[in-house]
Design a binder for this molecule. Structure first.
Ligand code: V47
Length: 373
């Protein structure tokens, strides 16, 4: 069999395992993160990616909606959340949420991605009414709503179980959950970057219950701050273990820390090298998660495009309006047109496939779409 000449000789054993479909160990994960042989890592990750998805790169036409930036958590990693009394803070009315959803709707979105801060006054009923109103107005649009952190906060405030809270959200219209808020599960690191947030076990437990209720979700890892390689590998292994149990994760999205306007501003930005490595290592360690997303807002469209040759098979979508990364200094645009995504993917030699949130192919005109079951 064709054997590439790796600069890092340790990668040969990892290639053998990847070819044979043998699960990589914690130690393998460390080896991958500590290797500077990016082309070697990319070669192996691309092999796995092509085995799973051939040459296809998935994208979607979606719209982000952030109903409020008011947040009780004050995470050091975050530039988006504001105190309730902060004069810069905003909270949309229900009418504003519904109206925002419709803006940019001419290029018919198949997904609304809805996340916000932990608002101390907004009730579960308010969120359910928001969801019902969206479903009434846009019945075909998939609602990918609320991070595990928001769900757990709502459950605590309403004195309901996670199961009951998720069941009510599902009944009101939640179709799946995004992957945010996982950060890094290590307690040592969480104490520094997000000490008021639920811990890693609670994040995983919320995902477990969502999956048991039949809701798919995504998962993420925030890297490039104060975490060690061991913390990253531990995070990936814990996601992999839950996925063995539930099969509910669709997509993993590595998120590079953006330091601007956060309390961790002294930490530098990640590099393109680190971002591509995060994609490749994820593809190799998460053997049971179907998709790896190179989120173009976070990576820049240029690096997200290259990532399609380093293990990623998804590039996210049109987005229309992004706040979390732009508050933290992202210099990317807020939105890409469908045609721009097609062009980026094709110019990486990949075959673009528009998907809905559950990865079913979509055909469309400018204003309507059909999901192919
Ligand atoms: O939960 C917050 C992270 C997440 C910063 O599921 C930051 O399809 C970097 O989860 N620098 C929100 N990251 C984004 C997110 C996401 C994005 C795209 C697609 C999907 C999906 C999920 O961003 C937060 C937090 O983990 N974050 N602040 C920051 N300064």
């Amino acid at each position: 069999m064709n054997q590439p000449a790796f600069e890092d000789l340790r990668l040969a054993a990892i290639l053998d395992k990847a070819r044979a479909g043998i699960r990589l160990s914690f130690q393998d994960g460390l080896t991958l993160y500590r290797s500077a042989d990016l082309l070697g890592l990319g070669y192996i990750a691309n092999l796995v990616r092509e085995r799973l998805h051939g040459s296809v790169t998935y994208f979607n036409v979606n719209r982000h909606i952030n109903p409020t930036d008011v947040c009780v958590a004050s995470c050091r990693l975050c530039a988006f959340g504001k105190r309730v009394r902060d004069t810069r803070a905003y909270t949309m009315s229900l009418e504003q949420v519904w109206e925002t959803a419709g803006r940019g709707y001419s290029e018919a979105a198949t997904e609304f991605h809805i996340v916000g801060g932990l608002h101390p006054e907004l009730t579960l009923d308010w969120y359910c009414e928001m969801l019902r109103g969206l479903k009434r107005r846009y019945p075909e649009v998939h609602l990918k709503a609320f991070t595990m952190v928001e769900v757990a906060y709502l459950a605590k405030r309403e004195k309901l179980s996670l199961h009951e809270t998720l069941a009510r959200l599902k009944d009101a219209g939640v179709d799946s959950l995004p992957g945010g808020g996982a950060e890094i599960f290590s307690e040592r690191v969480r104490r520094i970057i997000c000490d008021h947030k639920i811990d890693g076990d609670q994040w995983l437990e919320t995902a477990r219950i969502a999956h048991r209720l039949g809701l798919k979700s995504n998962c993420t890892m925030l890297y490039g701050h104060v975490e060690a390689d061991e913390d990253r590998v531990d995070h990936l292994v814990r996601l992999r273990e839950l996925q063995d149990e539930t099969g509910g994760f669709q997509t993993f999205i590595p998120l590079a820390f953006h330091p601007d306007n956060t309390a961790l501003q002294h930490i530098g930005k990640t590099t393109g090298f680190a971002d591509l490595k995060a994609i490749a290592v994820a593809r190799l360690m998460l053997d049971n998660v179907p998709h790896i997303k190179a989120y173009w807002v976070m990576m820049t469209p240029r690096v997200a495009q290259i990532a399609q040759r380093f293990g990623a098979d998804d590039i996210d979508g049109t987005i229309v309006e992004e706040r979390i990364y732009h508050d933290a200094g992202a210099t990317t645009s807020q939105s890409l047109r469908r045609g721009e995504l097609l062009d980026l993917i094709r110019k990486a030699g990949r075959e673009p496939v528009e998907r809905d949130t559950l990865y079913r192919p979509v055909t469309r005109t400018e204003t309507t779409f059909t999901v192919l079951a």
